[in-house]
Ligand binder design. Structure first.
Ligand SMILES: CC(C)(COP(=O)(O)OP(=O)(O)OC[C@H]1O[C@@H](n2cnc3c(N)ncnc32)[C@H](O)[C@@H]1OP(=O)(O)O)[C@@H](O)C(=O)NCCC(=O)NCCS
Length: 159
């Protein structure tokens, strides 16, 4: 059974390895801003002591940015459990809005987030050119062979 828990100090090395593996670096860039993702608050999905998912986020006033989400065993609902656990925590602390950036190639994430109550709120055309200045390791080609060019902004109201 997959359980979701908050991060502890002993997760640090695993988080760094996972971010490097999934995102090519510890830095995640969105809207021209660099997040040192390994230092952010995070939720971990665990199955019988095995870490199988990671979500990092950043709360600023009434808004929370979902900075990274990785289900290491896709198709098991782990991503959804992580998102719903974050939403429940935001509700408790009175944070009204959860938002995120994904890229134009990530059509699987687009489907996933919309199924989890997110709405598309903005398209930032060619924003990845600026992100590449900050993080040159962002690949030119992404999921399904699609060139990575634009940022898509999504948000979910936390009721
Ligand atoms: C997007 C992501 C978070 C979804 O999490 P998840 O736990 O796989 O979510 P689900 O279990 O609800 O599955 C989502 C869909 O992917 C399908 N899927 C993707 N890969 C699969 C696989 N290897 N095996 C089975 N199903 C898979 C599921 O069937 C499901 O399809 P549906 O939307 O038609 O129902 C996850 O795929 C992921 O970590 N992707 C890589 C990182 C990323 O892009 N993160 C989001 C950007 S911040």
């Amino acid at each position: 059974m997959v359980v979701i828990r908050e991060v502890t100090h002993s997760d640090r090395a695993w988080i760094q390895d996972t971010l490097r593996e999934q995102w090519g670096a510890l830095q995640i860039v969105a809207r021209g801003r660099i997040h040192e993702a390994d230092t952010l608050p995070a939720l971990i999905a665990e199955d019988s002591g095995r870490r199988v998912g990671l979500l990092t986020f950043c709360v600023e006033g009434p808004s929370c940015e979902l900075v990274s989400l990785d289900a290491l065993e896709p198709g098991r609902g782990i991503g959804g459990q992580l998102v719903e656990t974050l939403v429940a925590a935001l509700r408790r602390r009175g944070c009204a809005r959860l938002w995120l950036i994904t890229t134009n190639d990530n059509v699987d994430a687009l489907r996933f987030y919309q199924r989890h109550g997110f709405r598309l709120t903005a398209l930032h055309v060619d924003a990845i050119a600026r992100s590449r200045e900050l993080k040159p390791s962002i690949p030119l080609i992404g999921h399904h062979g699609i060139p990575i060019r634009d940022e898509l902004e999504l948000e979910r109201q936390v009721e």
